[in-house]
Design a protein around this ligand. Structure first.
Ligand code: KPL
Length: 302
């Protein structure tokens, strides 16, 4: 890290969840001269990772120091939340969080941090279409596409430097719409591919799966239009564009189901159902698919 002797060092970032997305964020932050330390209750004192980029550059090494929350000497002021949504509560439990905390959230689904941060905390939501495969220690960056950060009215001071080191990163004044678009894609693709144990592209090829996808997308649009009458709806073509672009991929929920890990159904389709319940709206396709995924695969906490 090179900081001017006349300026205080910026607060370090602490990372919850050094999986694919957390590692990617750590990589760009480190390139932008920001310190990133992984938070883990136990394990080795550092994580040695390898990132393989699709553009053919040699494999890149990334070493991240690890600290146990109990060893922290000061409250955390900058936190990256990139763990799977079902683990969020456990990961945050007992962490000393500063009142002026800034959080970068890189997770599927919505609502995982609601009511869990100090009241004056700044929450920056990150939505990315960058595809990363693999598992510690090797992460394969399949494509560096687009990423957006947003939430606060204006970007923080460090954003411009980070954007120079994070290809395709932009600040979004409409991050909620980007989150909703991603949520619908995840609410359609993830549970269907997990339940039927198929690659994403199958939703284009199999008429029965395509019909289920259409019903899920239409119900989600109905709900989102009730939440915001300006929501454009008609999400199916966008979802199918994601399916086409990721046809050969295993969705993250299918991968979780195959590993016997808890799925993120509760933060994705579950979020839609909770919103619908507050409006007295029925989403029968989502109810059915949540029940089916829960019956078949372990779930996260309610
Ligand atoms: O984000 C994804 C996921 O798997 O969680 C999609 C867009 C469905 C790509 O696989």
């Amino acid at each position: 890290m090179s900081t001017s002797p006349f300026q205080p060092s910026p607060a370090p970032w602490f990372l919850l969840g050094a999986g694919n997305m957390g590692t990617l964020a750590a990589w760009y932050l480190r390139n932008a001269d920001q310190a990133v330390t992984v938070l883990r209750r136990q394990g080795p004192a550092r994580l040695d990772k390898t990132l393989c980029f699709a553009d053919g550059r040699p494999a890149q090494a990334l070493t991240l120091p690890v600290i146990a929350p109990a060893a922290l000497r000061a409250p955390i002021r900058r936190l990256i939340v990139a763990c799977k949504t079902p683990y969020t509560d456990d990961a945050l439990a007992g962490l000393p969080l500063a009142g002026d905390l800034t959080v970068l959230r890189l997770q599927n689904g919505l609502g995982s941090l609601e009511g869990r941060l100090p009241r004056a905390a700044t929450l920056i939501e990150v939505v990315t279409t960058t595809a990363v495969k693999g598992q510690h220690p090797r992460h394969e960056i399949v494509a560096e596409n687009h990423s957006w950060m947003g939430g606060p009215a204006t970007p923080p001071a460090w954003f411009a430097t980070l954007a120079r080191h994070w290809p395709g990163l932009a600040w979004s004044d409409a991050i909620r719409d980007r989150q909703w678009h991603k949520l619908i894609a995840n609410a359609v693709i993830n549970p269907l591919t997990a339940l039927h144990d198929v690659a994403n592209g199958r939703l284009l090829e199999d008429p029965a799966l395509h019909a289920e996808a259409a019903a899920l997308a239409a119900e989600a649009d109905t709900l989102l239009r009730r939440l915001d009458p300006h929501w454009p709806g008609d999400s199916l073509p966008q979802v199918m564009a994601v399916v086409r672009a990721t046809a050969g991929n295993t969705s993250s929920m299918r991968a979780d189901a195959q590993r016997g890990a808890v799925t993120e159904i509760d933060a994705i389709n579950g979020w839609l159902l909770r919103q619908a319940a507050t409006l007295g709206l029925a989403l029968p396709s989502h109810e059915r698919i949540v029940a089916a995924v829960r019956a078949r695969h372990p779930i996260g906490k309610q």
